[in-house]
Design a protein around this ligand. Structure first.
Ligand SMILES: [Fe+2]
Length: 197
């Protein structure tokens, strides 16, 4: 998945505080992401990022949008240009003079693939939410009640079942939680609480 980016600096400091508007972000998503399942994943990660920023970091509106935007666009190039993931979206955002923290967050959401370390909390949470969000969504789809009544124990059981959502790296989930200074259980609970709504 994706390519090694070969650099660690993204965007320009003078663009701090510059974001796509919600409408511009939606247009980019609609043009680049044709796969509806991937789009759902982007919305879910965006919602988790926004919720975390507001609840845990007491983010302002602008800060919350920064987190949400990183979540919304992190896989934007995966659908049509998987071989260029996530180089293409990074270059697009750099050419549009977007805040370097949004771009760095996207660049570091898979450090094993892209070779960019997550540094700040936004980076770490995007990495942490990415695979676990999709994993828990896959689990909800096989439960008769969806998210209703879902608990940590059930998710843990699926994590132990190597055949379930086999493409999701259990190692990355643990690594991401460690880097964020959280337990996997805390992450699971936050996702159950926010994604089910
Ligand atoms: Fe993702």
């Amino acid at each position: 998945m994706g390519i090694h980016l070969g650099r660690s600096s993204f965007g320009r400091m003078e663009n701090t505080g510059r974001f796509l508007s919600r409408q511009e972000a939606q247009e980019l998503l609609d043009t680049w992401v044709l796969n509806e399942r991937l789009k759902v994943h982007m919305y879910q990660v965006a919602h988790l990022m926004r919720s975390w920023a507001i609840e845990k970091c007491l983010a302002t509106d602008q800060e919350a949008w920064k987190w949400e935007l990183a979540g919304l666009l992190h896989d934007a190039d995966w659908d049509q240009w998987p071989e260029q993931h996530c180089k293409k979206i990074i270059e697009e955002l750099e050419s549009r003079n977007i805040d370097p923290e949004v771009i760095h967050g996207i660049a570091s959401h898979g450090h094993r693939h892209f070779g960019v370390e997550p540094v700040n909390e936004l980076d770490k949470m995007l990495y942490a939410f990415d695979e676990l969000s999709g994993f828990i969504h896959a689990y909800s789809l096989m439960r008769p009640g969806g998210y209703a009544g879902m608990d940590i124990k059930g998710v843990r059981k699926r994590l132990k079942d190597k055949a379930f959502a086999a493409s999701v790296s259990r190692e990355d989930i643990q690594d991401a939680a460690d880097r964020a200074g959280l337990s996997v259980d805390e992450l699971i609970q936050f996702i159950i609480d926010h994604q089910g709504k």
